[in-house]
Design a binder for this molecule. Structure first.
Ligand SMILES: *Cc1c(COP(=O)(O)O)cnc(C)c1O
Length: 466
């Protein structure tokens, strides 16, 4: 049988429901065709994000119950620190309430105004935190990672040519460290190979600049290395993780991804002085260094989650479930970016709805239609999110791609529910040119995709009568 088998059985369930089509029409209209504003109890399958949406295990809940809430030096912090040291191998472990807080602390102490931070592709919050302290966030992913139809094993790899060019252009003095995001979230959750990480690390050593990992999906990345990279088939996941992290000098981590918890994060660093500065600033912003914005029970859940996430049975099922959704979409003729990544499938809305011009937000139309047809929530990654004005001409520039991301929460949905999602995608494809474009009614000055209100172009219904 060709199914990714769940390496668990279900002990607690949460009721969800498919509200009626009339109710979905009403919710969509009230939300201004923006699914961020649809109440979660009216959503059947929620694929808005894989961040903080994992189902915790009985062991994690048990660990939360027996956690130590002491303000300083709790046993839960000791467990947290030991577990992280064991996997990541770095000297200092500093807890934060989530990933962006880890970035904020590290960049505040290590990135000066005018500094340049190369990365394969910066995640939104990483870029924003670099820019917040006056730095320049530079993307250096290899060209393969920018070609949506190319089937390749490691599309998260960094281009050594682009990296070297950055050092050439800005000079080593302006580059305090280099980052590598594993897996490359903003590039479709594509993995970075050990070979590439090794080359990037060697280059950084040559330049005398540390390499820092954005480690949010480190276990998913390690699984891809084990499956796809020569020489790693017989190595266990933890050894692959250790080999990877030994190539760097520290990491930032959102525990809301591969630590299988709903909130948490940390920053690790080898350098004593940087660690001291991060810790001092952390006391100001996050909390005492042995809890850093988390409760003792949160620390305990992270420690247990990190031990669970490296289970090869879990990873085979996890990545297999995402790949299987891709396979179902292939069978139904729904176009998406190739290959499926570790945590999400990205539908290609320009291909799916070629009659809707980018001015009318095709990916947002597809996203709204997924909710309308099946109560499924994805997220638009297209012109609603990325349109910007050309500083010279003042004209609107659209992004190259119009995508709908379906991010799969960990250990949450069944194969049946994801098969259902694939069917709903196919149904939206079939609606074809009966679907009309959207126009903006109201938008805030920045980050409009979260709160913008839209309506069908010219008014009336989003779906034209057959
Ligand atoms: C989610 C994420 C972050 C930020 O973490 P939060 O916990 O959401 O603050 C940083 N980098 C990557 C690659 C991420 O996926």
């Amino acid at each position: 049988m060709d199914l990714p088998f769940e390496p668990y059985r279900i002990k607690v369930v949460e009721k969800i429901q498919r509200v009626s089509r009339e109710e979905r029409v009403r919710h969509l209209r009230e939300a201004g065709y923006n699914v961020f504003k649809v109440p979660s109890e009216a959503i059947y399958v929620d694929l808005l994000t894989d961040s903080g949406t994992s189902a915790m295990s009985d062991q994690q809940w048990a660990a939360m119950m027996t956690a130590d809430e002491a303000y300083a030096c709790s046993t839960s912090y000791a467990d947290f620190e030991n577990t992280i040291r064991d996997i990541f191998g770095y000297k200092h472990v500093i807890p934060t309430h989530q990933g962006r807080a880890a970035e904020g602390l590290l960049f505040s102490v290590a990135v000066a105004a005018g500094a340049v931070i190369p990365n394969n592709i910066h995640f939104d919050t990483t870029r924003a935190n670099v820019e917040h302290v006056g730095g320049i966030a530079l993307d250096c992913v290899a060209d393969a990672g920018l070609d949506p139809m190319l089937e390749a094993p490691f599309k998260g790899d960094m281009s050594l040519t682009k990296l070297a060019a950055a050092f050439e252009k800005y000079g080593t003095e302006r580059i305090p460290f280099v980052m590598l995001t594993i897996t490359n979230n903003s590039g479709g959750g594509q993995p970075v190979s050990m070979g590439n990480a090794r080359e990037v690390s060697a280059f950084c050593k040559k330049m005398g600049v540390p390499l820092i990992f954005d480690a949010c999906r480190f276990a998913e990345n390690a699984w891809f290395i084990q499956q796809r990279e020569e020489g790693y088939a017989d190595m266990d996941i933890k050894s692959i993780c250790r080999e990877m992290f030994a190539l760097g000098e520290g990491c930032t981590m959102s525990a809301k991804k591969d630590a299988l918890v709903n909130i948490g994060g940390f920053v690790c660093i080898n350098d004593d002085e940087l660690a001291m500065n991060i810790t001092n600033l952390g006391i100001l912003r996050e909390g005492f260094p042995t809890y850093g914005g988390m409760a003792g029970r949160d620390l305990a859940a992270v420690a247990q989650g990190l031990r669970e996430v490296m289970d090869p049975d879990y990873l085979a099922y996890r990545i297999g479930q995402v790949a299987r959704l891709g396979k179902r979409l292939d069978e139904l003729g729904v176009p998406y970016l190739r290959p499926t990544g570790g945590h999400a499938v990205y539908l290609d809305a320009r291909k799916a709805l070629p009659h809707i011009p980018q001015e009318e937000f095709p990916a947002q139309v597809f996203t709204a239609a997924l909710y309308l047809e099946g109560g499924v929530r994805g997220v638009e990654i297209g012109s609603l999110m990325f349109d910007h004005l050309d500083p010279d001409t003042g004209e609107t520039v659209h992004p190259a791609m119009e995508l709908v991301r379906l991010a799969i929460p960990r250990r949450v949905y069944t194969h049946t529910q994801l098969d259902y999602v694939a069917e709903v995608c196919a149904q939206v494809m079939e609606m074809g040119d009966r679907l009309r474009g959207l126009e903006i009614v109201w938008e805030p000055p920045a980050l409009r995709h979260f709160t913008a209100k839209l309506k069908p172009v010219g008014g009336g219904k989003m779906v034209a009568e057959a």
